[in-house]
Ligand binder design. Structure first.
Ligand SMILES: Cc1ncc(COP(=O)(O)O)c(C=O)c1O
Length: 394
C-alpha cells in the first residue's frame, strides 16, 4: 500500500474487499433463497461513501432512528427497513405511506399503526424469545434475555398479533435479529426454527422472514455467508416456501469490517523506568471505541523498508495513542525490530462500529480515503474546528 501518500491518522476503505463481500452475499442468497433482499445496517458504519456503495450494489437501507431514516432518504434509497425500539412517529408514518418495511418493536407503534387508517401495510413483528435456552452461553444478553421485540413467553407477542388483527391489519413478517457472542451458525438455526414454530402456532402467512445481522465476514476459519445461508435454508424450508416468503438479511459488520484499515504514524519514542513507549498519531478510540478488544490485526511499515535489518531487536515496546488517557495503549510488541519516528502502524478489519462510535475527543474525525486499484481518493476530509463548531452559538 502506497501509504506515504496518506495523511495520518486516517481510515482507508479497500473497495475490492468491500465488493468481494457484497458479491459473495448476493451470490449465496441467489443460490439458496433467490426471493431475498439485503438491508445494510446503517448503524454499523453510515459514512456517506459506504451507504452510497451499498445502494449501488442494490442493498436496502436498514435504519433504527429518525436520523438514520433521514440519512437513507438523503441518499435516495427507495427501499428502507425501519427497525429499532424507539422509532420516531414522523418517520414511522412516512415509512408507512412509502410502503417501506417496518418491523414493530414497541407498543406505541401498534397504537400509531392502528390509528393510521389504512390496512394494506407491510409490517413485521420483532420477536423476543428465550434464545439462550436454544444456544446456552451464546447470546449477548445471556440469562437476562434480550430487551428487543415482543415476548413470546409472556404472551406479548400473541397480544400484539391479536391487537393488529382486531384492527384488520395483517402481519407480513417476523424480525428475529439478535446479537450473539460467537456469531455461530447455531444461532441462525435456532432463529429459523423459531420462525417455523411461530408460523405453525399462530397460523401465520408471511411475506418475509427477517433473520437480522450478526454474521462473520472475511475472517479465516470462521463461518462465511454461504455457511449461514445454507443452515438458515435447511431450517426455514421445513415451514416456508422460498417463492412465497422472502428472506431478509441485515448484515453490518460482516460487510464493512473487513475492507477498512486504520493507518497511523509513529511520532515519538520515549524511554521510562518501566517501558519503551512508541507514541503514534492514532488512538485506541478510533479502532476500539468501546474498549472491548483484546488484540488488533496490525502490520508495521518500516520507513526504511527492507533495510530495517540494521535495527536492533527490542524485548518490549508499548504502542500508545494520541489521547491523554493512560489507557490509550494499543498493544505490546515482544522481540521485534525497534520502531522509529516515521514508521507506520496499520490496523486491519476495523470498519464496523468504529467510525460511527469514534468520539469527538481531543481530536476530530480523521480523513477517510478510498483505495481503488491502488489509487487513493479522499471520501471524507478530516473535521477541523470549523465543522466541530457548526450549528453552535456562543
Ligand atoms: C436490528 C439490527 N440489524 C442488524 C444489525 C447488524 O448487526 P452486525 O453489524 O453484527 O451484522 C444490528 C446490530 O446491532 C441490529 O440491531
Amino acid at each position: 500500500m502506497a501509504s506515504q501518500e496518506l495523511i495520518t491518522p486516517c481510515y482507508v476503505i479497500h473497495k475490492d474487499i468491500l465488493l468481494e463481500g457484497t458479491e459473495l452475499l448476493k451470490r449465496s442468497l441467489q443460490e439458496e433463497w433467490p426471493n431475498s433482499c439485503v438491508g445494510y445496517s446503517f448503524k454499523t458504519n453510515s459514512l456517506p461513501y459506504v451507504v452510497e456503495e451499498m445502494k449501488r450494489v442494490g442493498f436496502y437501507a436498514e435504519v433504527v432512528s429518525e436520523d438514520e431514516y433521514d440519512l437513507a432518504l438523503k441518499h435516495g434509497f427507495s427501499h428502507i427497513i425501519y427497525n429499532g425500539p424507539v422509532k420516531g412517529k414522523r418517520t414511522f408514518l412516512h415509512a408507512l405511506t412509502q410502503g417501506h418495511i417496518i418491523n414493530l418493536d414497541a407498543k406505541r407503534e401498534l397504537d400509531w399503526l392502528c390509528g393510521y387508517g389504512k390496512k394494506d401495510v407491510q409490517v413485521g413483528l420483532r420477536v423476543n424469545f428465550n434464545l439462550e435456552a436454544y444456544c446456552p452461553g451464546e447470546t449477548s444478553a445471556g440469562e437476562e434475555g434480550s430487551r428487543f421485540g415482543f415476548s413470546y413467553e409472556t404472551g406479548e407477542f400473541a397480544d400484539a398479533l391479536q391487537k393488529l388483527s382486531h384492527a384488520g391489519i395483517k402481519v407480513s413478517g417476523l424480525h428475529l435479529h439478535t446479537s450473539s457472542k460467537y456469531r455461530s451458525i447455531n444461532i441462525y438455526r435456532a432463529l429459523a426454527q423459531m420462525a417455523c414454530r411461530l408460523k405453525e402456532e399462530f397460523r401465520l402467512e408471511l411475506a418475509y422472514i427477517d433473520i437480522g445481522g450478526g454474521y462473520f465476514g472475511g475472517m479465516e476459519n470462521k463461518p462465511k455467508f454461504p455457511d449461514y445461508i445454507k443452515a438458515i435454508k435447511e431450517e426455514l424450508i421445513k415451514a416456508y416456501k422460498p417463492e412465497e416468503t422472502m428472506l431478509i438479511m441485515e448484515p453490518g459488520t460482516s460487510l464493512i469490517t473487513p475492507p477498512i484499515e486504520y493507518v497511523t504514524t509513529v511520532v515519538d519514542i520515549k524511554d521510562t523506568y518501566a517501558n519503551r513507549l512508541v507514541i503514534t498519531d492514532g488512538s485506541r478510540i478510533d479502532i476500539d471505541p468501546l474498549h472491548t478488544k483484546k488484540s488488533y490485526f496490525h502490520q508495521f511499515l518500516y520507513k526504511d523498508g527492507a533495510t530495517n535489518k540494521e535495527r536492533i531487536t527490542m524485548e518490549k515496546q508499548v504502542v500508545c495513542g494520541f489521547t491523554c488517557m493512560e489507557n490509550d495503549r494499543l498493544f505490546e510488541i515482544s522481540d521485534k525490530k525497534e520502531l522509529q519516528v516515521g514508521d507506520r502502524i496499520t490496523y486491519q478489519k476495523v470498519g464496523g462500529y468504529t467510525m460511527c462510535l469514534t468520539p469527538l475527543f481531543i481530536r476530530y474525525f480523521p480523513n477517510v480515503y478510498l483505495e481503488d486499484n491502488g489509487s487513493y481518493r479522499l471520501v471524507r476530509e478530516a473535521w477541523t474546528a470549523e465543522e466541530y463548531s457548526q450549528k453552535s452559538s456562543c
